[in-house]
Design a protein around this ligand. Structure first.
Ligand code: FAD
Length: 532
């Protein structure tokens, strides 16, 4: 009976689980998947399918910079935000978790890179059933690079990094094999639509004993020997902050501080005299995974300039007409997938090639499923000169320096479970803006006297977020500098672990998902080996 109902818990009030994992996004699920022979309960506030009502529990107020409005930045549902993600995977570079003295303070993680690397490989294998050839070797095969990448190969200040798209988009929801295996595991009880609210700590103030969960008009309390909080970087901090007034031990001054996201900016455009076929854009290459190449400043260049990590990637620019065609095609494809039949004839009227390609690049969350994605990838990868563009957009993704003034704190407003909602006060520092200017300079120089490409700066640059929320319960060797230790255990409590990007001390420039999975994999292994 792996998916359980509240009545089961009501009848077994005194049952003590070995582990209670709060939050069944990718982080909570990966922790659960690694623990053997223990009685686990995995509880998510979200339902199995998306519900607007439950999603409202994610409401936040914005203090500093605003998140983009058109974008759902988190999801409350089994699988969490992975329901919406593009599943683009990037590795942190070694120096990004080590001391970069040029940034002032020592920002090294208590976890070594070898360990992270081992967990990257393990999780990629476990989830996608494949190992990446030389995933850490960035310049292994020059024939692999496209013409545009070759433009940068001999630039000493630039390195090329991989952004990986697995063929199968893993969403960690009810359609995922990985998730089904977890929630049907005989040792794991899974319960949805129950939201963690109140903590209970023992008299000696050394252990969490139980946690209260609410759902509409129901209330349950879960007792466990060990608890793992895996609710995402905003909610992890919010839950702790909401319990701070009751328990002095939760009064760690770092909770909610050092909130980080990546800075995303459209820097400008590359225009070409000739049409550029899709196959020469960054990334249209295929091996076991699709790999989009990004250009990144080398470690030495960052050191020389005293800047943070950042990278840039390129997308084609579409005309309005293409967009309309795209949305129509999307509708048709959705029908096609649902009916498992042949698409309606209207498809013929559309520019099939163009729109298919757009689907590929945008990977819209509404449609990305494994069948569709592998279909699109195989079409695109087997056609060398499929489409062509005159104009390409350059995006910049930059790291944010941990900043004590960038933080999550509580509003006076409460949600329907009487929990104070979170205010996200996203603030940037002067240094966060510096790498972007360096990038513009490099691109302008590079293409200034180019034979057929030129670079034009975007006159209307805006800073956007990318939903890579991190840092709010960061790892540290002691509680003055962070919230959890190197094993993700809360400083000061024996049995509370926190997982996800909230424990990251720095975020490098790559998307955070793969590192969240690696850290969760590591925590799962640790608990498996260390709990009696
Ligand atoms: C549109 C979009 C696209 C993205 N694309 C990428 C990408 O391509 N690559 C990448 O690396 N990253 C991407 N990300 C970020 C990535 O999806 C997240 O970093 C990742 O999913 C976080 O996983 P998590 O398990 O730590 O947290 P979450 O996914 O937030 O999961 C937390 C879970 O906890 C539950 N929960 C919350 N509060 C409570 C509570 N009080 N009690 C019980 N349960 C609770 C939630 O319902 C949720 O299921 C994207 C994000 C978005 C929104």
């Amino acid at each position: 009976m792996p998916i359980i109902y509240p009545s089961y818990l009501e009848n077994n009030k005194d049952f003590v689980y070995d582990i209670c994992i709060i939050g069944a996004g990718l982080s909570g699920q990966i922790v659960a998947s690694n623990i053997k022979d223990k009685k686990i309960i995995l509880i998510d506030s979200g339902k199995i399918n998306f519900s607007k009502e439950v999603q409202d529990l994610n409401k936040i107020e914005m203090g500093g910079l605003k998140f983009r409005e058109e974008f759902t930045n988190r999801v409350r549902q089994l699988g969490g935000s992975a329901n919406m993600w593009a599943n683009q995977l990037m590795f942190l570079d070694k120096y990004e978790i080590e001391d970069r003295h040029w940034l002032g303070e020592n920002l090294s993680w208590p976890v070594g890179y070898d360990e992270l690397k081992k967990n990257y490989s393990e999780i990629i294998f476990n989830l996608y059933g494949k190992s990446l050839e030389n995933p850490f070797d960035k310049v292994s095969d020059r024939n692999f690079y496209s013409t545009l990448e070759n433009e940068f190969l001999n630039e000493k200040n630039i390195s090329l990094v991989n952004c990986i798209w697995p063929n199968k988009v893993e969403k960690f929801n009810i359609h995922s094999k990985f998730t089904k295996k977890i929630i049907h595991n005989k040792n794991i009880h899974f319960i949805s639509n129950f939201t963690a609210t109140d903590f209970h700590i023992n008299e000696n103030i050394e252990k969490l004993t139980e946690v209260t969960f609410l759902s509409e008009n129901k209330k349950i309390s879960i007792k466990a020997n060990t608890f793992v909080l895996a609710c995402g970087a905003i909610e992890n901090a919010r839950i702790l902050l909401n319990n701070q007034s009751k328990f002095k031990i939760l009064d760690n001054k770092n909770i909610g501080k050092y909130f980080m996201d990546h800075i995303n900016i459209n820097l400008g455009y590359i225009k070409s005299k000739n049409k550029l076929p899709l196959s020469i854009l960054f990334g249209m290459k295929y091996r076991k995974f699709d790999i989009r190449k990004c250009i990144k400043f080398s470690e030495n260049f960052q050191k020389e300039k005293g800047i943070l990590s950042c990278h840039s990637y390129i997308d084609p620019v579409y005309e309005k007409n293409d967009e309309d065609i795209f949305w129509n095609l999307l509708k048709e494809i959705k029908k096609f997938i649902r009916l498992k039949g042949i698409p309606k004839l209207e498809l013929k009227k559309m520019n099939f090639r163009k729109t298919i390609e757009q689907l590929y690049f945008r990977v819209p969350p509404q449609v990305s499923n494994s069948i569709l994605n592998s279909f699109l990838r195989s079409i695109l990868c087997s056609n060398k000169n499929y489409l062509s563009f005159n104009k390409l957009k350059i995006f910049f993704q930059g790291e944010q320096l941990p900043n004590v003034n960038s933080k999550i704190y509580l509003s006076q407003k409460r949600d329907r479970y009487n929990q104070n909602i979170a205010i996200v006060d996203w603030k940037l520092d002067k240094i966060d803006y510096q790498s972007q200017n360096e990038f513009i300079e490099i691109l302008s120089k590079k293409f200034k006297s180019h034979e057929f490409l030129n670079f034009e700066t975007n006159s209307n640059m805006k800073i956007l977020d990318v939903s890579h929320h991190s840092g709010t319960t960061r790892m540290s060797n002691n509680k003055n500098d962070g919230v959890v230790d190197k094993n993700c255990k809360y400083h000061g409590l024996k049995n509370l672990y926190i997982c996800g990007s909230s424990v990251f001390k720095t975020i490098g420039s790559g998307n955070t998902g793969l590192s969240i999975m690696a850290i969760s994999n590591r925590l799962g292994n640790y608990l498996n080996e260390n709990l009696n």
